[in-house]
Design a protein around this ligand. Structure first.
Ligand code: LLP
Length: 438
């Protein structure tokens, strides 16, 4: 299924014309297709049907409650990295016994919240965290199900800012330190050692790094078994990439089936329950960011299309040099001229650029553009930089849609600010505007 396609000359999300949503909601906004989320999740889960596998959607990729509820309905678990993500997953209806709590810096409060909720497992990343968890679980009289996240020292060959499994990265326990830590975990009160976790990075577009990391995990599991330490579960992380606009044939990411085959080869005979934490592969292609052209200008020998969406709404181009596709919402007619343009936002930084020298049918102010592949790490990373509103999110199902996060504007954001006493009286009008000092 193509979640976003052209019908009667305009782009639809499932069966809802994007211009209809834009007219009602205003721009910019994120638009997700429920069917696309369900289908991508289903495709991933189906690839592991013949294995004992639990799919825990990485909430960091898209934490919208409605999106999470769709995934809950499909049977997904969740991978969470904060108390906030845990609360979202539970609120959306994901059962605690399908929730994995990951992250290199969980606070004691977060560890307690994970235990309180009764999560499936906590992936521990340091001796200090293990000791804290042992104490907190002991105080509560419970056993914390623990997996040790290892750092396999494998280069995921992805953008340097989202690789996590090389030796110098902050994540995990070095392989050679893991047996000692596993033995400690087995001996500690309050700790139930259940397994090993690994995650080497995100937007991975080839199987070799996975194969290499999982091969090292396999060796580790066998050597732990030889030492009498049973590994019941293997959490193999997320990381499977999607095709963005810059993907050529060689950068075509593996399919879930190809990825599953790689997993089966590496660890299929170990008799472990498998856990996966996909984020991007589930929601990436299920969302677009819709913006409207404000101006078209020629400057310095270049053509700039200035749209009302910006880096604060979608950080990925600015942060990772990501290249998302950009498609006109009005279907170009055959033979329409294409111009080579830079598509930019209004924020006062040169890095607020969605595309450089990008072929686009000629557009005019008022036209709508869809930035594709924006369902993962889009809305979750949005900010109000330049005092721009937090971008709204819309979920489409068949021929209906709903705003699933409202636009959060200055009217709301300013109510969270206040003047300290020593400034409170100096400008009565301003004080009134934000409701006075506390
Ligand atoms: N598990 C762990 C422990 C992770 O750290 C991550 C992502 C995932 C699972 C999900 O990975 P995925 O399947 O989505 O690749 N903001 C960046 C991506 C950061 C990913 C961080 N960790 C971006 O926009 O590309």
């Amino acid at each position: 299924m193509r979640a976003f396609s052209y019908r009667d000359g305009r782009m639809v999300a499932e069966s809802v014309p994007i211009p209809v949503i834009a007219a009602a909601v205003g721009t910019p906004f994120y638009c997700y297709s429920q069917a696309a989320v369900a289908e991508a999740y289903g495709g991933f889960a189906a690839a592991f049907r013949d294995m004992d596998a639990t799919i825990c959607f990485a909430v960091k990729a898209n934490g919208n409650l409605a999106v999470l509820r769709v995934l809950a309905g499909e049977g997904a678990g969740a991978d969470v990295v904060s108390e906030g993500e845990l609360a979202r997953a539970l609120n959306a209806g994901i059962p605690a016994d399908k929730i994995v709590f990951s992250g290199v810096g969980k606070t004691e409060r977060e560890l307690a919240a994970a235990l309180q909720a009764g999560v499936l497992q906590i992936n521990v990343e340091s001796e200090a965290e293990l000791a804290a968890l042992s104490r907190i679980a002991g105080e509560r009289g419970v056993q914390a199900p623990v997996a040790i996240r290892v750092n396999p020292d494998v280069d995921a060959r992805t953008h340097r800012k989202i690789t996590t499994g090389t030796r110098s990265d902050k994540f995990g326990i070095p392989l050679d330190g893991t047996p000692g830590m596993a033995a400690d975990a087995c001996a500690m009160g309050g700790i139930d050692f259940v397994g090993i976790a690994v995650h080497i990075g995100s937007q991975i577009t080839e199987l070799a790094p996975f194969a290499s990391a999982y091969g090292r995990v396999r060796d580790l599991v066998l050597s732990l078994a030889a030492d009498g330490i049973a590994v019941q579960r293997l959490d193999l992380g997320g990381g499977l990439g999607i095709a963005y606009a810059d993907a050529d044939e060689t950068a075509r990411p593996p399919t879930p089936a190809e990825y599953a085959e790689c997993v089966r080869t590496a660890v299929g005979d170990l008799n472990c329950r498998l856990i996966f934490e996909p984020g991007r592969a589930v929601v990436g292609d299920a969302g677009v960011l819709v913006g409207r052209v404000i101006y078209v200008k020629e400057s310095g020998g270049r053509s700039f299309v200035v749209i009302d969406a910006a880096m604060n709404d979608l950080m990925r181009p600015a942060l990772y040099d990501a290249r998302h596709g950009i498609e006109p919402v009005t279907q170009p007619a055959p033979g329409d001229e294409t111009a080579i343009v830079d598509v930019v936002g209004p924020v006062c930084e040169t890095t607020d650029t969605f595309a450089v020298r990008y072929p686009l049918p000629s557009v005019r102010p008022g036209d709508l553009l869809a930035v594709t592949g924006a369902g993962a790490y889009g809305a979750v990373m949005a900010s109000s930089y330049n005092a721009r509103p937090i971008v709204p999110e819309v979920l489409v199902k068949d021929d209906g849609y709903a705003v699933v996060r409202a636009r959060i504007g200055d009217d709301v954001l300013m109510t969270h600010e206040s003047y300290p006493d020593w400034l409170a009286d100096s400008h009565q009008a301003g004080k009134a505007a934000v409701g006075g000092s506390r």
